[in-house]
Design a protein. Structure first.
Lengths: 57, 482
């Protein structure tokens, strides 16, 4: 049982390490700068300004 | 001779370019997205029929008991796998592909591969259902499909991964929106989970005592690292788009994503509380499960605070109504899930119908309702056709919404009683079975309501596809907008 459980733990650790690496990459490429501006990335040019527009659906 | 162009004209040109780019992305995505949605709906209907059979057999076991292939032991896993890998997975891929294209501002390419992928997934599901009903189930929960079906599903997912990577590589510079993070992560997490457990449990099975931890690691993580991220990505996209306002706190949305990415994979072993496994292994999962409160609260605050900026939209917008229902269900099921990891509660609810209620709160009230909402939003855009009937959408929502709430309530209440009776040595087992019958009957009635909702949805879907395109038509609203 030791080998399979070790394999499972290695997979889980691999998932966590890949998340840490992705986090490091995001930080080094400026994804966490002016963080709240990221919220606007969902909108296209013709969808801003947003405050007073009507609702499409 | 120079021509002066006013800033207003430039802005208008930019807006027009943006509209045309969206139309081009939708046109490129149309084929694969419709293929995935149509396939998903086929499996939803088949899964509903199997679910009804399994549910009725729990209180009327004589129903169709002459046919081997329709016995409870085959119909029930066939239901679980068709709705997990047929309906939910194929709908998640369709929704994810469209969202990725829109968020990366990159048209889908090599769509032939995506059609091939949908074909492989359909063949995998077909081979899987035939295998289970034919008596070749692996008997491993969530992985009942026989080996050939698992191989087809794993192979079918590869073009999907490539399509996501291809769009991510061509994305426009700037912030990666939180939905893109969720989608990119999910599209790698799912095949990794699926192929790992297929390899260790089906292709080359490890020793029997090591199989339950792997089984429950997979069964728990496929929810949290595949269905949940895709559905949260859709919610983070749809809510701001529908109300025309950005999400409440982008910072919190990233806290939610990264905490899920760091901690979720450690969940799963808490399903084995009381089992013959090392205490550290189960304890680790209990801690990880409790830590899931962090992303859940981050997501809940964001979704609810953003939605409440214009909550009146639930009156008119089909998508918003389904999405708000789903996001509330997400909060409920996640907090309930964390609480179920505690040994004191787990002692009562484990091995009872409470767990079935919990899984339907997650897979149906959250995942399925959100996928319905996303399809209501996406399909008119990729087909250029509006939903034909507001009445059918209302039938769909109320039958499925009330149906699943009734279902979860019946099984949660019944499950707690069942757990307490099971712990009481003075109550004979056959008495518990008899006392549970009314709850199981309520479950069947709720399932019937949900099936009616599905039939309304598939009627709308086919009717929409048969209509001629209506450019720039008014959206189908559930009530007159104020």
């Amino acid at each position: 049982m030791v080998i399979p459980i070790t394999l499972l733990l290695l997979t889980v650790s691999g998932l966590t390490i890949s998340a840490v690496l992705a986090f490091w990459w995001a930080g080094s490429t400026g994804q966490f700068q002016e963080i709240e501006r990221g919220a606007l990335a969902v909108f296209d040019a013709d969808e801003m300004p947003l405050e007073e527009e009507g609702h499409e659906r | 001779m120079s021509v002066e162009v006013s800033p207003v004209t430039l802005q208008e040109e930019e807006k027009e370019r943006s509209r045309k780019a969206r139309a081009a992305m939708d046109a490129a995505a149309a084929g694969p997205v419709i293929h995935y949605f149509a396939s998903a709906l086929f499996w939803l209907i088949l899964g509903s029929v199997l679910a009804m059979l399994a549910s009725i057999k729990l209180h009327s076991p004589a129903l169709l008991d002459q046919a081997d292939w329709l016995t409870f032991g085959r119909v029930r896993p066939a239901h679980l796998t068709t709705v997990a890998y047929g309906w939910s997975t194929m709908a998640c891929i369709g929704v994810g592909l469209w969202l990725m294209s829109r968020l990366c501002r990159a048209s889908m390419r090599h769509t032939g591969w995506l059609h091939l992928s949908a074909l492989l997934l359909n063949l995998g599901n077909l081979a899987g259902v035939i295998g289970i009903l034919g008596g070749r189930s692996t008997s491993i929960e969530w992985l009942e499909y026989p080996i050939e079906a698992g191989c087809l599903i794993a192979a079918g997912f590869l073009p999907v991964m490539w399509a996501f990577v291809d769009m991510a590589r061509r994305r426009q510079p700037g912030h990666i929106y939180v939905s893109q993070w969720y989608l990119m992560a999910a599209v790698f997490w799912f095949p990794l989970l699926y192929i790992t457990v297929q390899a260790l449990m089906i292709w080359s099975p490890v020793a029997a005592p090591a199989q339950p931890p792997m089984n429950w690691w997979y069964a728990h993580n496929v929810l949290g690292l595949w269905f949940t991220p895709v559905c949260l990505a859709a919610a983070y996209y749809l809510i701001p788009k529908l109300i025309g306002k950005p999400i409440h706190s982008y910072y919190l949305s990233l806290v939610g994503f990264w905490s899920l990415a760091f901690f979720y994979a450690w969940n799963g072993m808490h399903h084995l509380v009381g089992g013959p496994y090392p205490a550290w292994m189960i304890g680790l999962s209990i801690v990880a499960s409790f830590m899931m409160v962090v992303p859940v609260i981050a997501v809940a605050v964001n979704h609810h605070f953003t939605a409440f900026k214009d909550i009146g939209l639930v009156r008119t917008s089909p998508t918003f109504r389904f999405v708000v229902f789903a996001t509330f269900s997400y909060t409920a099921v996640s907090l309930q899930g964390s609480s179920m990891a505690f040994r004191s509660l787990n002692k009562v609810t484990h091995f009872t119908h409470y767990t079935i209620g919990h899984s339907h709160l997650g897979m149906y009230a959250f995942v399925t309702m959100l996928l319905f909402g996303a399809i209501y939003y996406i399909l008119p855009r990729v087909t250029g056709r509006e939903w034909p009937s507001a009445w059918l959408i209302r039938v769909h929502f109320w039958c499925c919404g009330l149906g699943v709430l009734y279902y979860v309530m019946a099984l949660s209440i019944g499950g707690v009683f069942q757990g307490m009776w099971l712990l009481d040595e003075s109550v004979p087992f056959h008495a518990i079975v008899e006392r549970m019958l009314p709850y199981l009957q309520q479950r069947s009635y709720a399932g019937m309501a949900m099936t009616v909702g599905h039939l309304a949805f598939i009627t709308s879907f086919i009717w929409l596809l048969l209509r001629s395109p209506q450019p720039a038509s008014r959206p189908t609203l559930l009530a007159r907008a104020i």
